[in-house]
Design a protein around this ligand. Structure first.
Ligand SMILES: Cc1cc2nc3c(=O)[nH]c(=O)nc-3n(C[C@H](O)[C@H](O)[C@H](O)COP(=O)(O)O)c2cc1C
Length: 205
């Protein structure tokens, strides 16, 4: 889809940014972008050192955006110290970026269980095998762990969710939509959560 057919005007912006996100996410899926759910997740330590990495968004609704990870990882440690994050989606074929900032909470145990159950067998074992973010002696350590797990569990077994693996929900306070336009006159619409509603502003590109 050429970018000149895509516009981002206040007149077409719904009052709720989650609605606009849903439209854009559908468009990203329709454009067959590789991993449209991939997003950069930025966290920071209590004293303000930021770090960023990619994660996959596994769902979104009125409450926020969920991803799954290891609760003992570096990012989890930073979230425990400082439960504030930023997310960035980039869908280059559509010349679109979405930036999200806000707080974060763990999803319920039931939600993590349900999502873990839906994962492929190999991914379930991978969650057990990896001490995410820890220094390990060699790749062999991972292979050995996986082989041990393959002795304990078989394809159709009910693999339990590791207690240290689960979801987080990012609770958006700001969501900005960026649409590339000709002559660098890009559109930027920013929604901010204020008094239970959403305030909309246009920002300079
Ligand atoms: C496209 C992509 C998607 C990823 N998705 C996830 C994910 O959903 N969850 C996760 O824990 N790590 C995911 N990773 C790995 C993370 O980027 C990162 O290496 C890992 O979570 C450890 O980060 P940390 O040490 O900062 O905690 C993904 C990496 C890439 C490149």
């Amino acid at each position: 889809m050429p970018s000149d057919t895509l516009s981002l005007l206040e007149a077409n912006a719904p009052p709720n940014p989650l609605e606009l996100f849903a439209q854009w996410y559908l468009a990203a899926q329709a454009a067959q972008i590789l991993e449209p759910s991939a997003m950069t997740l930025a966290t920071a330590t209590a004293d303000g050192q930021p770090s960023a990495r990619m994660v996959l968004m596994r769902g979104f609704d009125e409450r926020g955006f969920t991803f799954y990870t290891n609760y003992l990882s570096r990012k989890a440690g930073e979230l425990a110290q400082n439960p504030r994050v930023a997310l960035v989606f980039h869908w280059p074929q559509l010349e679109r970026q979405v930036r999200i900032e806000g707080g974060v909470e763990k999803v319920s145990v039931a939600e993590s269980d349900a999502y873990f159950r839906s994962r492929p067998f190999g991914h379930k074992l991978g969650a057990h095998a990896s001490d995410q973010s820890e220094v390990i002696a060699s790749r062999q350590v991972l292979e050995d762990r996986l082989n041990e797990l393959l002795k304990r569990f078989h394809e159709n077994d009910d693999v339990p969710r590791p207690e240290h693996w689960g979801g987080y929900r990012v609770l958006p306070r700001t969501i900005e939509f960026w649409q590339g336009q000709a002559n660098r006159l890009h559109d930027r619409l920013r929604y901010q959560r204020i008094d239970g509603g959403w305030k909309l502003d246009r920002l300079g590109p």
